[in-house]
Design a protein around this ligand. Structure first.
Ligand code: SF4
Length: 466
């Protein structure tokens, strides 16, 4: 057999019917993750056709996108404030019960953002195909899974058949070498990569992140990298599993145990790109020269080193519109610009290591007057861990608002929003117009840069506070 990439190996193992010139492949799906926002219509289609969920045992539901993060609303002392959210929560409860799908409901200790809970429970495993009605399903590629977001119609297809019609993407090697400097994080690296290849640079491809820098990353950091693959236009992002992956998964509640664990690790060790395999595209990145990064526009590709100046671009309507929305001008420095809101959380940066990084800056310091700092753990497990390690107390002592888990201010549909015209420094993954609220202006950064900015009340370099 000829040399194959990691992606080729996972794809081939799941191809039920081969792709032809006229028809896409039929791909088997190992794990279908669902949430309250993109599942209701798909369940309605099942009901209208009198169908059942084909594999409820391979389907897992949580609530994250529209759920409130205010404790009293989550635990029922007061009703959910946003009516649409309350309806979606009730619908998922009833659909999960009717179709026999396991659900982590609002009060479940295992609940959280779909892309945080599946890895932390060990549901996400190397070599799997994983889909969810959410673009950032690419997160799970950090384990060597082929994971991608699907539309509501496709959610219905997977419910009914446990399969998906797919055209085979091309492969794209992102080779990263060199050591990240102190204060420069996985978030800065992926923002740099997106800036380098562009928001459509990965279109039609699956990215494989490779090289010594990637191998040195923790699983939380690898998830941050793969999470934002979609922001480079890619179908998915993958990292070959290794000892770091196995160490993370070992002992997780839903990972294999005993003899099954040994057999699984033996299988997983073969999930790597063969030395002679070739990619359809590639890019080489030197991580040792990177600085903390920040976006200045309205897509994640409009990104620059924190200490730089906004590029001057002429005769570009997209650029002009973006800077007009943001209230910025070419040639301006970003450092020192005042901000209104700082958000630390999301499936990009709402894991324990992200909160530890933020706490390393916030410890013993106070949030600047006039700035709102919202810190939202990615899951209830992350919340418990952060509380037992004393991180939550550091946040509260600094003046931050510490919440229950959820997508929160990543998108403005759960009651956590940024006001019109306000500047929000955010650890989430999208800075689109209106993403965090009508007229909100979002600047994407790492948790360390977010924390430093909260303390200074203006865009700040975390390296000065280390
Ligand atoms: S945190 Fe944001 S990107 Fe992640 S699943 Fe929630 S809404 Fe989607």
């Amino acid at each position: 057999m000829s040399a194959r990439t990691l992606f080729d190996k996972v794809w081939t193992a799941h191809e039920v019917v081969l792709e032809t010139a006229d028809t896409p492949a039929v791909l088997y799906i190992d794990l279908h993750l669902i949430h309250e926002v993109t599942s209701p219509q798909a369940f309605s289609v099942l009901k209208s056709l009198d169908l059942r969920v084909r594999r409820p045992d391979r389907t897992l539901a949580t609530m994250d996108h529209s759920t409130p993060t205010v404790t009293e609303q989550v635990f029922g002392k007061i009703p959910i404030k946003v009516d649409a959210a309350a309806k979606q929560v009730r619908q998922l409860e009833s659909n999960a019960a009717e179709f026999g799908v396991e659900l982590f409901d609002m009060r479940d200790a295992r609940r959280g953002i779909v892309h945080v809970i599946s890895p932390e429970l060990g549901c996400t495993q190397p070599g799997m195909t994983i889909v969810c009605g959410d673009s950032h399903t690419s997160t799970h590629g950090a384990f060597g899974a082929l994971a991608f977001g699907i539309g509501t119609t496709e959610v219905g297809h997977v419910f009914a058949t446990q399969c998906l019609l797919q055209r085979k993407p091309k492969t794209f090697a992102v080779n990263v070498e060199g050591e990240l400097q102190p204060g420069v994080t996985a978030k800065d690296l992926i923002l740099h990569i997106i800036g380098r290849i562009g928001v459509s640079g990965g279109t039609g491809h699956v990215l494989e992140y490779r090289g010594s820098t990637i191998r040195a990353l923790s699983m939380d950091e690898r998830m941050t990298i793969c999470n934002m693959s979609i922001e480079a236009g890619a179908r998915a992002g993958m990292i070959a599993p290794d000892e770091t992956t196995f160490e993370y998964l070992k002992g997780k509640p839903r990972a294999p145990h005993g003899a099954e664990w040994d057999a699984a690790v033996a299988r997983w060790r073969a999930l790597c790109t063969d030395p002679d395999a070739t990619f359809d595209a590639s890019v080489d990145i030197d991580a040792s020269t990177l600085e903390p990064m920040i976006t200045y526009g309205t897509n994640p590709g409009m990104v620059m080193p924190l200490g730089g100046t906004i590029p001057r671009v002429s005769d570009n309507a997209v650029y002009d519109k973006a800077l007009g929305y943001m209230g910025f001008h070419g040639g301006e420095a970003m450092l020192g610009k005042p901000v209104d809101v700082v958000f630390i959380g999301s499936c990009t940066n709402g894991r324990l290591e992200d909160l530890q990084a933020a706490a390393s800056i916030l410890k013993g310091r106070k949030v600047a007057a006039g700035v709102k700092l919202l810190i939202v753990p990615g899951s209830q497990q992350v919340k418990r861990d952060a509380e037992s390690l004393g991180l939550a107390q550091i946040f509260k002592d600094a003046g931050a608002d510490w919440r229950e888990s959820g997508c929160s201010m990543c998108l403005g549909m759960n009651g956590d929003t940024v006001g019109t015209g306000q500047y929000s420094v955010s650890t989430s993954n999208r800075n689109f117009e209106g993403r965090q609220g009508v007229g909100a202006r979002t600047l994407l950064v790492s948790p360390m840069t977010a924390a430093a900015t909260a303390v200074q009340g203006k865009i700040a370099d975390p390296r000065e506070l280390l």
